[in-house]
Design a protein around this ligand. Structure first.
Ligand code: AMP
Length: 443
């Protein structure tokens, strides 16, 4: 074979097109699990008073630069950004970006639609794809899905109360338990208010100055531009230095300390277990006070990507985006990782079978077979139709794979109105009238 020939080619030598690196197709029967997870999220979130928000998958690049932070990995190297050409004088070109996360878009929508004017707490959830140019591996994709929620509103709506932080965390614990996720661990921290942060950042900068030259290139840069990001670094060589850096807990003012204490007290009252992790600052600039992450134990199908979901409070984000003061808290669950976890913990479940497979005998019976399928589907049954050109053996094999029962429909059955039904679980074959058929297939 010629050396430079592409790996996947048709006989005619055409390259076979594949999904772009880092993206993937979700196929049945796995999509059934995705739907089940999303249905559970919708049901649980509704019990806590959340309504669904759907924002565009692309936004002005500036939204993420301002909202997520220029110095974050996401904005500095992972965004899918392009110059969108204007199509008319009235439609100027602008820089657009596929959303790498949804909180910035939700807060933009909150500001744009003046949702704070109602004076009430807004509880919003979303389910949708996000895009980041990361190095693809198991549990890390360039298009991935997040199920997230945000609670925000004017301060007088109680949006800044620690009760909200605890409620969101308790809801997440309930959601994971209802799905049957085993062994999850909640890591919790407070990164302080906008007044605590500068004092801590100054202390970090000072502690990093004499050692930063020993760290990786990214951390050397972060030590200058945004020292808080050094704490997110996963570089194993730098961990020893990171472990010796000052802890944010020692820089929290009285209000932040009290806020954090109340979050923990409310979690204790609800019986939600957590572990305080002083270095948990998370990768996005907008977090204030409470930050958190849920992880799953080794062997849950995620390899090194064991963070199932993350979130935190963002009391200044609305103002950073030019909006009114609107404290808030939110989270994003990595749906791809949640699915991998459920598959690893539960084992693959067998695909659900259809109620019936109709096997027409002879092509002349095809129209009657389709009409029979239509009637049964209207009665709420799930039905597949074979084809009259199939030999009976082929129909049997297909039916056995797809359905619980097979209905044989030939000229004789149409004339007599008596149908043969084969049950694959018992191996029995019975005869029923057309009127009895739906019930015979239902049980
Ligand atoms: P973040 O928006 O970075 O706070 O991430 C929240 C959650 O989204 C993480 O805990 C992961 O479960 C998931 N996530 C983030 N990036 C990816 C990715 N590239 N592929 C799959 N899941 C991701």
């Amino acid at each position: 074979m010629a050396k430079n020939r592409p790996k996947f080619v048709t006989l005619e030598g055409m390259a076979i097109l594949k999904a772009v690196r880092g993206t993937r197709d979700l196929l049945p029967p796995e999509t059934e699990l995705w739907n089940q997870v999303e249905a559970t999220a919708r049901a649980v979130f509704a019990r806590y008073g959340f309504g669904e928000i759907r924002t565009p998958v692309f936004e002005a690049t500036e939204l993420f630069a301002r909202g997520v932070g220029e110095e974050t990995d996401i904005v500095s190297k992972e965004m899918y950004t392009w110059e969108d050409r204007g199509r008319a004088d009235s439609d100027k070109g602008q820089s657009l970006t596929l959303r790498p996360e949804s909180t910035a878009g939700v807060v933009r929508a909150y500001i744009e639609h003046k949702m704070g004017d109602a004076g009430m707490l807004q509880k919003l959830f979303y389910i949708g794809p996000q895009f980041r140019r990361e190095r693809p591996q198991r549990g890390r994709y360039r298009q991935f899905w997040q199920i997230g929620a945000e609670v925000l509103g004017p301060a007088w709506s109680g949006a800044d109360s620690p009760l909200r932080d605890a409620e969101v965390l308790e809801m997440l614990a309930t959601f994971l338990n209802e799905l049957g996720v085993k062994g999850w661990r909640l890591a919790l921290n407070s990164v302080g208010s906008s007044t605590d942060r500068p004092r801590y950042v100054a202390a970090l900068r000072e502690a990093l100055a004499p050692v930063k030259h020993l760290m990786c290139e990214d951390n050397q840069r972060r030590a200058e531009t945004n020292p808080l990001r050094v704490l997110d670094s996963k570089d194993p060589k730098d961990q020893e230095i990171i472990n010796g850096l000052p802890k944010i807990a020692d820089y929290l003012d009285e209000d932040s300390r009290e806020h954090f204490a109340q979050v923990k007290a409310a979690l204790d009252a609800c019986g939600v277990p957590y572990v305080v992790e002083p270095r948990l600052v998370r990768g996005l600039d907008y977090y204030t006070r409470t930050t958190f992450e849920f992880t799953v134990p080794d062997g849950s199908g995620l390899g090194t990507q064991n963070a199932l979901l993350g979130g935190g409070r963002y009391d200044g984000l609305s103002e950073m985006l030019g909006g009114p003061k609107a404290p808030g808290i939110g989270f994003a669950i990595g749906e791809d990782r949640l699915i991998l976890t459920l598959q690893a913990q539960e084992g693959e479940t067998a695909a659900k079978k259809l109620d019936a497979f109709i096997a027409p005998i002879g092509v002349a019976v095809n129209p009657a077979a389709l009409a029979l399928a239509q009637e049964l589907r209207r009665e709420g049954l799930s039905v597949e139709v074979g084809d009259g050109s199939f030999r009976l053996k082929k129909s049997f094999d297909a039916a056995d794979k797809l359905a619980k029962r097979m209905v044989i429909l030939g000229e004789d059955e149409i004339a007599s109105g008596i149908l043969k039904v084969k049950d694959f679980s018992t191996g029995e074959q019975i005869q029923v009238t057309r009127a009895e058929l739906a019930n015979a297939l239902r049980c």
